[in-house]
Design a protein around this ligand. Sequence first.
Ligand code: IMP
Length: 211
Amino acid sequence: MPEAHPRRIFLASRNAKKIAEMERILGATMPGLKVLGLDDVAAYEEPVEDQPDFAGNALVKARAGLAVTGLPSLADDSGLCVDALNGMPGVLSARWSGPPKDDARNNALLLAQLEDVPDERRGAEFRCAVALVVPGPDGTPVERVVEGAMRGRVIRELRGTGGFGYDVLFVPDDQDGDLTSAEMTAEAKDAISHRGRSLRAIAPVVAEILG
Ligand code: IMP
C-alpha cells in the first residue's frame, strides 16, 4: 500500500464534479492528495483564453493558477471540432454564436451551418487538453500537457437532457448503441469522453512529477 499523500494540487475550475473526479483519479495513485478548486482559494482575475488551441488555453490557465496559489496547478480546455467546418468551433465552442454564452443558440447555429452537409460528412470530435504546471527546482516552472478526444458525428435534431453544451447533437462512435452524449449516463460518457481520457492521462504525469 502506498503511503497517504500529504500534498495539495490546484485545479483551475469551479466545477465540483470535475474537481471530485480529478481527486478520485489522482487519489488512486496518490492517496490523500487534495484537489483544491477556484472556490477554495482567494478570488483572482482569471486569464483571457485567447490562444489558438486547447493546449495553449489550458497552459495559460494552469500558469495563472501556479502564479496565484503557489501550488502545482492543473487546468483544462475543451471544445467540439467539426470536420466539415475545418475543425471549428474548436476553441470558440463556448461562444460560437456570440456573447453571452448560450448553449441553445450555439446548437441552433451549428445545426444551421451543417444543414446541407450529408450524413457521411458529419464527423466531429470533442477534444480536451489538460495542462500541469509545477514549480521547478531552479525556479523555472515545469509544464506538461496531455490531450484526449471523443470521435463521433453531429446529428440533425436535439436528443437527450443530460450533459451540457453540444451533447444533445453529438453521437459518440465508441458505444454499442446510437445515443447522444446527452442521453448517456454520466459514467458511460466519462468512460469514453475527451475529458475523462485526458484527466486519466494526466494522473501518472502528476504522480511522476510530484514524486
Ligand atoms: P471550456 O469550458 O472553455 O473548456 O469550453 C468548453 C465548451 O466546449 C463548452 O462550453 C461546450 O460548448 C463545449 N464542450 C466541451 N466539452 C463538452 C462536452 O463534453 N459536451 C458538450 N459540449 C462540450
